[in-house]
Every structure is written in C-alpha cells, then in structure tokens.
Design a protein around this ligand. Sequence first.
Ligand code: NAD
Length: 249
Amino acid sequence: MSKAEKTAIVTGAGRGIGRAIAISLHKQGYNVVIGYAGNDEAAEETKRLCKDNDIEGEVVTVKGDVSKEDTAMRLLEAALNMNGRVDVIVNNAGITKDNLLARMDEEDFERVVDVNLKGAFLLSKAALRPMMKQRFGRIINISSVVGVHGNAGQANYSASKAGLIGMTKSIAKEIAARNITANAIAPGMIETDMTDVLSDKVKAEINASIPAKRMGTPEDIANAVLFLADEKSSYITGQVLSVDGGMGM
Ligand code: NAD
C-alpha cells in the first residue's frame, strides 16, 4: 500500500515536537489529523505548514483535551472520515507542572498524569479496533529521558513518562501478533517552548553535559517517528528509542 493511503493522528501538534511530527508525516504522504488543546491559530499554522509542501493527502485539525475520552473519539472519527483508516497514532501531547515533592500539589500530580499518560491510554484504546481490523498499526508514545532516569523536581512528569513506557510494553505484548507495534520515544533536551523557559545559563550547563554538545531539534524526534511508523519497522515493538544525543548513556 502506498503511504498516500495512510492516515496518522498526532496529538499536541499545534507547536513544538508535535508540529514537526505532523509536517514530517504529511511530507511522507500521510493524511494527518492535527490534535490540539485550544490554540486555533497555532493548529491552523501547523496545517498551513503541512500544506506548504504541496503533497497529496488531507490535513484536518481537531480541538480537545486529550485527557477526555470524547477527544479520543473525535480524533479517531476525523481519521476514519478521511479514508476509513488509522495507521499511525502519535501520543505527543504533554505538560509539565514541576515542583519538589514536598511542595507538589496533588492536583498538579493528577493533571500531569491525566494528560501525559491517561491521554495516551484513551487514544490507543480508541484506535485499537480499526488497527486490528486493518491488520496494521503503529502506536508511538512520546515519553522522555526523565521517564527512564528520573529528574529532581519532576516526580509527576517522570511518573507519567515512566508509566507511558510500561503501558507501551504491555500494549505491544497484547497486539504484536496482529501486525500492530507499540513503541516509545524518549527525547532528551529538545528546543521547544517547553524548554525555552530555562535560563541561558541552565541551557549552557545542559548542553555541556550532553555528549552531542547540543540540544535536539523537533525534527530529530520526527525522524524517529518516521522510522517507527514505517512498514519496514514491523519487527520492532515494545522498545524505547532514546533520541537524546547520548544524554541517557
Ligand atoms: P510543547 O509544550 O511545545 O508542546 C506540547 C503540546 O501539547 C502543546 O501543543 C500543547 O497545547 C499540547 N497539550 C498540552 N496539554 C494538552 C491537552 N490536555 N490536550 C491536548 N493537547 C495538549 O512541548 P514539546 O517540547 O513539543 O513536547 C512534546 C512532547 O515531547 C511532550 O509529551 C513532552 O513531554 C515530550 N518531551 C519534550 C522534551 C523537550 O525537551 N522539549 C523532552 C522529552 C519529552
């Protein structure tokens, strides 16, 4: 099957890593559903950037909070409306609400886990039936280097990202025999709005500690998504692909 007949859903695609993933998938000829939380302009900009490449295939935007089941259903419906398929889902939407454990509110713990982990659960569950029916699927969860190694001040975020890895492996075991793979990507420090809040001094210290001596780009993560989404990656499942310039070694 040519990729032009395939459809991908990317959550949190209004900016940052999600935007780069949406653009890269569309460049490869996928129809793309751009999931976004609330910024209509940003989502439209992602759509425009996809369309700039003048590639055949549709691009639609769907607004909604990934921690709500209704959003997962609407994302899925948008994909199925394009060509009756959902080939790739990229659970990318994520938030941080950092604090040291002693000062972390229960509310901030729950919200981070709800968005980062439950959101991925809801969309993966929704996409499972069509993926099983078409006997093809790629579930790609954007975890983090801190989900593997932990990070002071990020007990909630690390728990959600480590949870994503455990969930990815469990899903992979359930569906491996059906030609559906589930993998996680663990980005290191990537240049986006999420990391832009760090001071230049902290960024310089981080860069010095990364073997590659630079932060990653959203495109570095998008390239890993393209690799895992490819039909040729059918024997790779339940893995955590670190894309971190060697940070986690
Ligand atoms: P970002 O903040 O620029 O983008 C996150 C996107 O998720 C935003 O568009 C936001 O609107 C969306 N989002 C947030 N809450 C949502 C919700 N409830 N429903 C729907 N969408 C929601 O961050 P980014 O750096 O592009 O990060 C993308 C993913 O990569 C996140 O899961 C993040 O945890 C992960 N990650 C990022 C880095 C990094 O260094 N930037 C490192 C490791 C992992």
